[in-house]
Ligand binder design. Sequence first.
Ligand code: EPU
Length: 437
Amino acid sequence: MEPGAPSTMCDVDVIRVTGGVRLTGEVGVVGAKNSALKLMAAALLASGESAVTNIPRITDIALMGEVLRRLGAEVSFHDDSVHIGVPERLHPEADYDLVRRLRASICVLGPLLARCGEVRVAHPGGDAIGSRGLDMHVGGLAKMGADISNEHGFVVASAPAGLHGAKISLDFPSVGATENLVMAAVLARGTTVIDNVAREPEIVDICMMLNAMGAQIEGAGTSELTIHGVEALNPVTHATIGDRIVAGTWAFGAAMTCGDVTVNGCEPRWLEIALDKIAQAGGQVDYGVNNFRVRMPQRPQAVDIRTLPYPGFATDLLPMAIGMAAVAEGTSLITENIFDGRFMFAEELKRLGAEIRIEGHHAMVRGRERLSSAEVTASDIRAGAGLVIAGLCGDGVTSVRAVHHIDRGYPNFVGDLRSLGVDVARAEVPSDPEYTF
Ligand code: EPU
């Protein structure tokens, strides 16, 4: 950070893109934010030094580093890796100051309870994409023997005699609840069986790291996990899997701009339904090993898309799906089934002339050939990226404000856009300068 750089959002927190461009070329994707954050939390489960490699250099990872430091860990970043020195005794409290900046901090709940027998984590509340419940995290931990309550803005849990195995059925395959419960169960006494768990590749990644640490988890990637608790875990070095949401963002960027983009560093089968939708819209998709290529020879055709837990269409790609629908030939029905606030993005996209009618969790989108460039504001990570990508289909210069949101999830967004042929400008001021690498 430059000395004296401003610490609040300001005029320079803007990306400007010139529309009418075809995205072309190759782009690399690094480790997934939603894996790396949890892998860092998983390191808390073993004293000693663990390392997570292939991490993305984004604000959320820097914030997670700070969360772990405040719990007593020594955290240092080197190139694409983070080293986490975990002491025998941790400080089991994550305060509101950090949790409100990084909702994912809630994933320390399970590991801290397992290691310390007690924990206080600030309740993260809802956010711009909607209400974000914790009932399944809390209910599952209670079944494992935790005494758990919500006090003065904190989730407070204790299990002085340790956690025990349990049979847990989730109402919905929540990513966060699955992760917290698995990370608690690995050190519990006896066997925990969790049914209707999330099956995301990031869950598999965490289970692989935990098993490498000595945990005994069976069923990763299926809807039932069996976890045989062990006495203690060992530190490890683990490489994060590629970010399928960043990869998917480039795939839709290529499709919307009639472009031709090769994405390296992400397994395309994790994006199968999204890539299939692009193919249905008229795109050509070539699958490789840890890479893929998307070409769109003509204006995309309208396709209906609905978000669902993995392996369904990812909710984090909803803004990109609406963006493609906004420039497609015909009318698309886009349905959001995971978060109740995702359509805030659609309201902003209307400022770019998109023809969208929203009813409940459905958006009817009538495509137009070119969007009408304007100033818009990002409300979250994916909305921010989606607005910039939509701006590529505008008839002039689109300015997207509050792009500090994009910094939370996309490591080199402007540089990647430039390398794909976009005329893009941004004033380089970090948004959360208190927490950098
Ligand atoms: N839910 C409950 N109760 C719970 C847990 C979840 O009602 O106890 C509800 C939530 O309110 C939400 C739905 O279940 O409506 C899905 O929540 P889930 O727990 O699956 O999501 P999450 O763990 O909070 C992660 C990602 C999100 C991604 C979702 C869904 C991280 C840090 N975040 O959130 O990513 O959208 O899974 O795939 O892993 C992003 O990266 O931009 C992002 C928002």
